[in-house]
Write a protein that binds this ligand. Sequence first.
Ligand SMILES: [Zn+2]
Length: 174
Amino acid sequence: MAGMRREDDIVTDDPQDGAEELAGASAVRVRPDAESWLRKGGLRATRQRIALAEALLGEGGHRHVTAERLYSECRARGEPVSLATVYNTLRAFCEAGLLREVAVDGERSWFDTCTEDHPHYFIEDGEGDERLIDAPAAALEISGLPGPLPGTELAGVDVVIRLRRKPAGASVEG
Ligand SMILES: [Zn+2]
């Protein structure tokens, strides 16, 4: 896929593959370095992984996203990926400890760039418009938990507080 370049010049043998050529036109944004993020998880920085990592980290913050959402973002940026690739790559990120999958409903998987334990709000805003947001961890107190079954150990506890909009007219209290 490197065919756009003129090969007339003798190219010096450069081990660095100069992948980071920014077209100086766009405003410079501070963006977390996708490659070092991948390295942190011990993953090889393939083109596709970098593209997805950049989409994930692009806004610079902690993000909750579905594979479908990331897929459409990548397509909008002209990145030729398939939904299956997005899924597989996100799962690989999870296995590498870079992402965390949050079990919200059976239909969609949500992925969280913050891998620490924390509770979530899930807002059911209607078809295709759900949102996953961090809930204040300090307000959560679990005073008891059924113990693990014989032969198992606790792998994690997902706390998802499901919210839905009140019906119109029901917002006045008292
Ligand atoms: Zn979160």
